[in-house]
Design a protein around this ligand. Structure first.
Ligand SMILES: Cc1ncc(COP(=O)(O)O)c(C=O)c1O
Length: 391
């Protein structure tokens, strides 16, 4: 049932953006007061903070001891690009994409790197390509959680343990909310501003021993700018994985990331983070199941994201509108909710089908999502009334 009466309760925190995501509960700038500001990141104090960020990442994400973890420039994009440009070209590549960010990596590999032997496996918004067709004796590039379609891989079972190629996984909206199967992954990347509500700018690059072996035995035919270089004289630059960053990081962002990781640890680590995201996504699931006007964009429940939940219109009048009409309808709802201060940034991604996208990662409080639900009905009813009035 929809209602045009404004609900009484408002979410205490209206931040439901899919990145940068809500800060952790209880966060304030006080959390940054120990930051190593005005000091060199190469001094003991700065380097210790960077090492701590790496050690806590390993601890919270359960990264195997023999995997390297590096802090690199240019956020998740920087980390993915470093991996693609440093590792690919040694053998054929299977690249898998089902939404906008995955499609961006296809463009890079096909149009920029211009690799000759590339097979593409693509699916539209809401679906996954047939993962059984992937050949893991080739290198494989994929996104664990498609942030713009709300479709994720359910687990790493589709990847064989004994594979000849490398698996390069963009895990930015999955890390700290979904179980990443490191045994099946050779490169894992993410940024700080997603599931832990950190700050933008820095990327994390996690490498398996096999990825390191590739770096030390294969030299791409193309030049690599300093900002991408992971080796020197054919050897891995180990310092990058010990807090000796390639260039200058923001120590304010580093402090904030450490704060987020300490919070994650304090609430019970990865299992609790996943449970919180699952509980949040379940609130939207229940709502979508009962709703007469909205449903999941992700077709198969097993592939539905517990972070970037994407919803589209099922109301027959709205679904009958063309893409521009639906986009205008969604925009009307999103701005009404923004104006009321009950939900910010919940429109679907610019390249995705029109609808809503609501972040459910662990930094979002379940009670805030519960409080948002009546507002969604309210905004829908108001927008529907204007649609009818205009007809
Ligand atoms: C799956 C995915 N890959 C890459 C990016 C780009 O991340 P960044 O802005 O951290 O480079 C995003 C951002 O939302 C994303 O969701």
């Amino acid at each position: 049932m929809t209602t045009a009466t404004k609900p009484g309760l408002r979410p205490a925190n209206p931040n439901f953006s899919s990145g940068p995501c809500a800060k952790r509960p209880g966060w304030s700038v006080e959390a940054l007061k120990a930051a190593a500001l005005g000091r060199s990141h190469r001094a003991k104090i700065g380097k210790t903070k960077l090492e701590q960020a790496i050690a806590l990442t390993r601890e919270v994400l359960n990264v195997p001891a023999d995997y390297r973890i590096g802090i690199v420039p240019a956020s998740d994009t920087g980390a993915v690009e470093m991996a693609l440009w440093s590792l690919l070209g040694e053998r054929g590549v299977d690249i898998v994409a089902w939404e906008s960010f995955g499609a961006g990596w296809v463009t890079d590999v096909v149009k920029q790197l211009k690799l000759a032997d590339v097979r593409k496996f693509e699916a539209g918004y809401g679906e996954l390509p047939d993962l059984a067709k992937i050949d893991f004796d080739r290198d494989v590039v994929f996104t664990w959680n498609g942030t713009t379609s709300g479709v994720r891989v359910a687990n790493g079972e589709f990847i064989p343990t004994n594979r000849k190629g490398l698996t390069i996984c963009d895990a930015t909206s999955a890390a700290f909310a979904q179980r990443l199967d490191f045994e099946k992954l050779d490169v894992v990347t993410f940024s700080w501003q997603k599931a832990l509500g950190g700050e933008g700018a820095h990327g994390m690059l996690i490498l398996s021993p096999r990825a390191v072996e590739r770096l030390e035995t294969y030299k791409p035919a193309w030049p690599l700018p300093k900002i991408f270089r992971l080796t020197s004289g054919g050897k891995l630059i180990e310092g990058i994985f010990k807090g000796e960053t390639i260039n200058t990081p923001s120590m304010l962002c580093v402090e904030d990331y450490i704060d987020a990781l300490l919070w994650a640890k304090s609430i019970g680590g990865l299992e609790t983070l996943i449970a919180r995201a699952d509980a949040n996504a379940a609130v939207l699931d229940r709502f979508a199941d009962k709703s007469a006007w909205l449903g999941h964009l992700a077709v198969d429940p097993a592939t539905r994201s517990n972070t970037s939940v994407c919803l589209s219109f099922t109301d027959p009048d709205v679904a009958a509108l063309d893409a521009d009409g639906q986009a205008a309808f969604a925009k009307g709802m999103v701005s009404a909710l923004d104006k009321e201060g009950v939900a910010y940034d919940i429109g679907s991604y610019r390249d995705a089908p029109p609808g809503l996208r609501i972040w459910c990662g662990a930094t979002v409080e379940t009670a805030d999502l519960e409080a948002l639900l009546p507002w969604l009905d309210w905004a829908f009813a108001a927008q529907k009334a204007s649609l009818k009035a205009a007809a």
